[in-house]
Design a binder for this molecule. Structure first.
Ligand code: ZN
Length: 309
């Protein structure tokens, strides 16, 4: 299907040669550096809008230009996707893609703050983009009101610099994680359930672990409940989505200490944050030297929808 906005998109991803395929998942050329697309020409309004960023030594005009040049894909416009899209748009990310095939329901509004009561029945990707556009009309939004599938995941992910996972089901999480490794894209992944949250950054192309180093396989269906089964405190998704947005901005700016190789765990009831080390698994089927996952064919049968929690 035609994806609105993508016809004017960034470079085509070159086909992999058989030699590259044999070399494993990191045989793709790395994505172009942000600096190649930077435009340091700001309007007066942009300077005013981003003045609190520009004041920060770690951001400045150059950092703001990096944000403007960046393309970020958000998968799931739900509880995590809402603060993500709002803060990334407010921060001046140049292009934000939103993948969600669902429509806004009344039960979403307890936590999915990018949608409103008036928007019930509207496609979520469109509703989230409209809210974020009202905050910052300078941002280009690419709305993908479609399911993420084995057929479109690699193409979609490859068109962005950084991918954010804000979904609520394991088939889509693993599909996203596999596509990011195969396409060499940094994945900023958060998860919430009840009163707990987790967050990490996966960029094995830069030396860290991948999502499958942490969870080699999806759990059997029904073993781990989803938010629609077990519930979630709305504000918990807001905090985790906002932390996720912060890590996206850090990765683009190249500031601070990356969360790659570490897992942040938050227990909201105890008000306790912990960070645990996340080593790379040398036997990982996705990013290890003997990787067996070379394409997305294992996901071909998956029919689970992208559903933003
Ligand atoms: Zn791995």
């Amino acid at each position: 299907m035609t994806v609105p906005g993508l016809e004017r998109s960034l470079p085509d991803v070159p086909e992999r040669t058989s030699a590259e395929r044999a070399a494993g998942p990191f045989a793709h050329p790395p994505p172009p550096p942000y600096v190649a697309l930077m435009d340091l020409d700001f309007t007066e309004d942009e300077i005013r809008r981003y003045s609190r960023h520009i004041l920060l030594a770690e951001v400045g005009g150059t950092g703001q230009a990096k944000l403007k040049a960046a393309r970020v894909l958000i998968i799931g416009a739900g509880g995590l996707g809402s603060p993500l899209v709002l803060y990334l748009a407010a921060a001046g990310i140049g292009t934000i893609g939103i993948v969600d095939h669902d429509t806004v329901e009344l039960s979403n509004l307890q936590r999915q703050i990018a949608h409103s009561t008036d928007g019930i029945g509207r496609p979520k990707a469109e509703s989230a983009a409209a809210t974020a556009h009202a905050i910052n009309p300078e941002v280009e939004f690419e709305i993908h009101a479609t399911r993420l599938t084995a057929d479109n995941a690699l193409d979609l992910v490859s068109r962005y610099d950084i991918v954010c996972d804000g979904t609520d089901n394991f088939p889509t999480r693993f599909l996203t994680a596999d596509a990011c490794v195969l396409a060499h894209r940094t994945l900023v992944s958060a998860a919430v359930l009840r009163f707990d949250g987790q967050l990490s950054v996966f960029k094995p192309h830069d030396g860290g672990p991948c999502y499958r180093c942490l969870y080699p396989e999806p759990p059997p269906p029904g073993l781990v409940p989803t938010c629609s089964e077990a519930g979630v405190l709305g504000a918990v998704t807001g905090v985790m989505g906002t932390l996720q947005a912060t890590e996206v901005l850090k990765e683009i700016l190249g500031v601070g200490e990356t969360l790659a190789g570490r897992l942040l765990v938050w227990d909201a009831l105890a008000t306790r944050f912990r960070t645990v080390k996340l080593p790379r698994d040398p036997d990982c089927a996705l990013c290890g030297p003997q990787a067996t996952i070379r394409d997305l064919s294992t996901h071909a049968e998956a029919t689970a929808p992208v559903c933003g929690l």
